[in-house]
Design a binder for this molecule. Structure first.
Ligand SMILES: C[S@@+](CC[C@H](N)C(=O)[O-])C[C@H]1O[C@@H](n2cnc3c(N)ncnc32)[C@H](O)[C@@H]1O
Length: 298
């Protein structure tokens, strides 16, 4: 499935209102380049840099923006926005202060659709879930090695599952005789224990979400990454963050409200997708947008 960018018009509108020349843009979650392409079309910045932990995303983008890469307008880098300072050391271009910056958190549709990435319980594949395949921690590693109490806390905190006890007990029991290797192995265990209610989402949904967030250290990464990006904004520059999880949004809200003495949250209220977008793209339903601007409020 193609990746349909969420809150696209809202991001563009938020960028339009920024008091800068909009001539430099950094996208820390390039994905399939949906937002990236629209920002290019709308503002045509002189310098556009995209990064993503996932090499497949970067390779896709290198093909898509071949011409603009050759002309020096577009640069695509494999790496994580969470280590922006390190990326800057390796790439001089990232040292430019940016007028526009964007994070669209989470996974892309192609990542979910490719069974061999292990993100989805709908596809058989290795229990992997790494966005950046150079990292060693995988979902199988967590399921097979973590202590039961840590698994319970993980599913409660990240998955917001109130009673994951029976599933965790079954995991700990089953892994003794056969370590978990595949997505289906885990999702069928969850189905067996939790049952498949006709209404609502698949019982494995929140377990898989929690695991993915732990594998990729997503919350801590966001907490560490945001200040680095805020400091890399130009005066008047804007940083837009799209999140999909209440814990992510809380981090964004708190850091933007505090502002680190650098600037302010542009919108008092969080921006959500329209009903029309929610209908057309179910993935947008939990999405939230917050925008930060560097400098003094006028
Ligand atoms: C929702 S997709 C972005 C889609 C993109 N905005 C588009 O319209 O095509 C999120 C992307 O960010 C990447 N990503 C998420 N968290 C990351 C992190 N902590 N470090 C590096 N990449 C990350 C994922 O690999 C994925 O490709």
């Amino acid at each position: 499935m193609d990746h349909v960018p969420v809150l696209l018009q809202e991001v563009i509108d938020g960028f339009k209102d920024s008091p800068t020349s909009k001539s430099s843009y950094y996208d820390g979650t390039f994905g399939r380049g949906g937002h990236f392409a629209e920002v290019l079309k709308e503002f045509n910045p002189d310098l556009c840099i995209g990064s993503d932990g996932d090499l497949a995303a970067i390779e896709y983008g290198r093909e898509l923006f071949k011409g603009r890469i050759a002309s020096g307008q577009v640069h695509l880098i494999q790496g994580s926005y969470t280590q922006f300072e390190e990326l800057k050391e390796e790439n001089e271009l990232l040292r430019a202060p940016f007028d526009l910056m964007l994070l669209d958190l989470g996974v892309s549709s192609p990542q979910l659709d490719q069974g061999d990435r292990g993100f989805s319980f709908y596809h058989e594949g290795p229990l992997d879930m790494r966005m950046d395949q150079r990292q060693s921690q995988t979902a199988a590693g967590i399921i097979n090695d973590w202590h039961a109490d840590d698994l319970i806390r993980l599913f409660q905190d990240y998955g917001e599952i109130r009673r994951p006890y029976r599933v965790v007990r079954a995991i700990v029991n089953d892994r003794e005789s056969k370590p978990f290797e595949t997505t289906k192995q885990l999702s069928s265990l969850i189905e067996r224990i939790e049952g498949w209610r006709k209404k609502g989402s698949h019982p494995a949904t929140r377990f898989f979400l929690a695991l993915r967030m732990a594998v990729n250290n997503e919350l801590k990464g966001l907490e560490e990454g945001l200040p680095q990006l805020m400091k890399s904004l130009n005066d008047g520059g804007r940083l837009a963050i799209i999140s999909f999880h209440s814990l992510e949004d809380r981090i964004v809200k708190n850091i933007f409200r505090d502002g680190l003495g650098l600037g302010f949250a542009v919108n008092k209220k969080v921006i959500k997708p329209s009903q029309g977008e929610e209908k057309k793209n179910t993935r947008s339903r939990s999405s939230k947008l917050r925008i930060f601007q560097r400098g003094e409020k006028q």
